[in-house]
Design a protein around this ligand. Structure first.
Ligand SMILES: Nc1ncnc2c1ncn2[C@@H]1O[C@H](COP(=O)(O)OP(=O)(O)O)[C@@H](O)[C@H]1O
Ligand SMILES: [Mg+2]
Length: 318
């Protein structure tokens, strides 16, 4: 089967998304506090941030589901507001919550969504085949969705978002709560869509996903974009620092408390250091004081997790 092509030659190198100074409060709680970014055509752009950072609120405004208090969104050259039905057709949204009918098959669900989007019969039949193939559900398309795993439901949701051939695919944390096999299938589908020239906006709190999928990443924290760039540009923020991972037995939290920004994760203490030699001696000394027996020390190149820690003083994951 031939793969659908999303490349749109002739549109030039213009931006598919421009959003400026988006702000949204919920009562006295700040959801998004001045977010602006652009996505080039064909680019996969990631919004990376912990739970509550404002990813879903940003996406909801970008897709015209939520009116911003301030700011503007332009997608494929047209302003997006909750009442702009036409402009919204340029967007395929894959929401965080599953939006499928459980007692229908995948094919029946897609037919339903395709008709809602006004696709003709022949076009719909062709597109259904293409998108089911792309998300790896072609051989399970006639099973009822209620018998699907969480990951298969997500993949079906992605297929629904792609049916009408949007210019921009927006995915809100599509791998949360998904089995590893489906997670990999989802990531592979998105990589393939990216390669085919589709523009993608991807939100996640998993830095590995942002590193793997995204051409550029915006780091979101407490409603603000604290940094933006390619992986390499972002890592330049942490300068010549290296990651130090100290494994050991005993009270690792007590050891972490000795070093600002250090976190305990997966049975080890992670910290960023500028001078590895000097810090190693300090870590060994501190471990002795708090009665931690060190079983291993690894150093690593900084990653997006380290960038987040450096910029916010917090761990991306708890
Ligand atoms: N409908 C809402 N009512 C009240 N607060 C909200 C609502 N939606 C989001 N928020 C708040 O706005 C902030 C950002 O939320 P959200 O955009 O869902 O973050 P993320 O998707 O990054 O986890 C959080 O503090 C959240 O509690
Ligand atoms: Mg969210």
């Amino acid at each position: 089967m031939s793969r659908p092509s999303y490349a749109r030659p002739g549109m030039g190198g213009d931006s598919v998304v421009v959003c400026r100074d988006l702000r949204r409060r919920f009562g006295d709680r700040v959801g998004v506090d001045g977010v602006g970014f652009e996505i080039a055509r064909g680019e996969t752009y990631g919004l990376l941030g912990p739970n509550g950072a404002g990813k879903t609120t940003t996406i909801s405004m970008l897709c015209g589901l939520l009116a911003p208090d301030e700011g503007e969104v332009i997608v494929a050259g047209r302003p997006i507001t909750p009442s702009s039905t036409d402009a919204k057709r340029a967007i395929g949204l894959v929401p965080q919550d599953i939006a499928l009918y459980p007692d229908l098959t995948a094919r029946e669900n897609l037919r339903f969504f395709g008709r809602l989007q006004g696709l003709g019969k022949a076009r719909l039949a062709a597109r259904m085949g293409e998108v089911l193939e792309l998300v790896g559900l072609a051989d399970r398309a006639d099973d009822r969705v209620e018998h699907y795993s969480g990951g298969m439901k997500r993949r079906c949701n992605i297929a629904a978002g792609l049916l009408h051939e949007p210019e921009l695919l927006v995915l809100d944390e599509p791998t949360v709560g998904v089995d590893p096999q489906s997670r990999n299938a989802i990531l592979e589908s998105i990589e393939e869509l990216g390669r085919s020239g589709l523009s993608v906006l991807y939100t996640t709190h998993y830095m590995e996903e942002a590193e793997r999928l995204c051409d550029r990443v915006g780091i979101l924290d407490e409603g603000r974009l604290v940094a933006e760039g390619t992986r390499r540009e972002l890592i330049a923020h942490v300068g010549h620092q290296a990651g130090l991972r100290v494994s050991g037995t005993g009270d690792l939290h007590a050891l972490a408390a000795e070093f600002p920004g250090a976190v305990v994760r997966d049975g080890a203490v992670d910290l960023l250091v500028d001078d590895t030699g000097r810090r190693l001696a300090e870590v060994v000394g501190a471990a002795e004081r708090v009665h931690v027996v060190i079983t291993g020390i690894d150093t690593s190149e900084p990653d997006l997790e380290a960038v987040f820690l450096h910029l916010t003083g917090k761990a991306l994951r708890d």
